[in-house]
Design a protein around this ligand. Structure first.
Ligand SMILES: [Zn+2]
Ligand SMILES: [Zn+2]
Ligand SMILES: [Zn+2]
Length: 359
């Protein structure tokens, strides 16, 4: 085939721009064998039998951890003893430590800060081997409540410009691999990935005087092509420029900047649990990463006069990314993501909710 000539019978792939991050994805239009993609997941650490026993995050093992920072527990039970439903601890090997000053300085042309921050673990259930989709709606709402409380508390510290809630499922090793928990990491700088969203959202707002996320929600609810699920308050979508197969975002339908301002915990628990249940059922229980993107810490920002329109231009959301494959060298080197499952197909498959391996 000569250069510039279309290859006959080959659909043309699309370069799609994410209006929120400004990033580009290449969405392949050729059908791939999804059962190969799903079946190809590597055996997890958590599949190993030695991880099926109790760990330090289990009820009855409270003395093996650092003293708890926060817990939801039954009346009459005391801290650091059984009787809790959700328990927050300092992370055993934190990447950043809570005490001290940032000590901002230069080393020649290089910038350095001391590694100040906070790193907490939210143990989401006292029971080993129970995943979030197995929990009742009330329990999931409790977990969301605890994340909210910790965010509110950590945002009282003006040293922390950003606080991120995240969790990874199925990739950990060691005895806690099968115990459901998430992380809260507070950092003195805004993570680059979030900064890209903040800058794009601000630019979009300056240009259009509308929140880009609200526009995405409106367009997706109108198109219904990439909607996975919705309830009265929230919508789950496969984003237009999905970076990988079955990437799913959950957004509040009404404009809200901060996750920790959300009071609709029950409807959020409902849609989150259902999305994770479908990902588990349909995609053969894959690894996934979940991140909550909330607005940055205003207390830290106001000191610097940042983000004047933040409360109108930024809109919190949850991003769930199943890890079904590694990245190619082209993706790592270029920043483009190549996605072989168009989001229109991914959302259709998740709506249908039938296991792909049986299909
Ligand atoms: Zn455990
Ligand atoms: Zn909005
Ligand atoms: Zn985001």
């Amino acid at each position: 085939v000569a250069n510039g000539e279309a290859i006959e019978g080959m659909p043309i792939n699309q370069l799609r721009r994410d209006p929120i991050t400004g990033g580009w994805s290449i969405i392949l239009q050729q059908q791939v064998d999804l059962s190969v993609l799903i079946a190809g997941r590597k055996a997890r650490e958590s599949d190993r039998p030695e991880n099926h026993t109790a760990c330090e995050y289990c009820s009855g093992h409270e003395a093996e951890t650092s003293p708890e920072i926060y817990a939801i527990r039954r009346d009459g039970t005391s801290a650091n003893s059984p009787g809790w439903e959700v328990r927050v601890l300092p992370y055993r090997s934190p990447v950043l430590q809570i005490y001290g000053d940032l000590n901002n300085r230069g080393m020649g042309m290089y910038d350095v800060l001391d590694g100040i921050g906070a790193h907490e673990v939210v143990v989401e259930t006292p029971d080993h081997g129970v995943a979030l989709p197995d929990l009742s709606l009330d329990r999931v709402a409790d977990i969301l409540f605890v994340y909210r409380e910790r965010l509110l508390d950590l945002k009282g510290d003006a040293r922390f410009r950003y606080i991120m809630v995240h969790k990874s499922y199925g990739e950990d090793s060691g005895p806690t691999a099968l115990h459901a928990y998430g992380h809260i990491v507070a950092t003195p700088i805004t993570p680059l990935r979030v900064k890209e969203e903040l800058i794009n959202a601000k630019d979009y707002y300056q240009y259009k005087e509308r929140c880009v996320f609200c526009d995405v929600v409106r367009q997706e609810l109108g198109d219904q092509e990439r909607v996975v699920l919705e309830n009265e308050h929230f919508v789950a979508i496969a984003p237009f420029a999905s970076r990988g197969p079955f990437e799913t975002w959950i957004l509040p339908k009404n404009h809200e900047t901060f996750f920790e301002a959300n009071t609709e915990l029950k409807p959020l628990a409902e849609i989150l649990r259902e999305v994770l249940t479908r990902i588990r059922n349909v995609l053969n229980d894959p690894h996934y990463v979940l991140v909550v993107h909330s607005g940055p810490n205003l207390r830290a920002g106001q000191l610097r006069g940042y983000w004047k329109t933040l409360e109108r231009d930024y809109h919190w959301h949850i991003e769930i990314t199943p890890r079904l494959r590694g990245y190619t060298s082209f993706e790592v080197g270029s920043g483009f993501r190549i996605n072989m499952v168009p989001p229109e197909q991914a959302s259709r498959i998740l709506r249908r909710n039938r296991p792909l391996l049986e299909a």
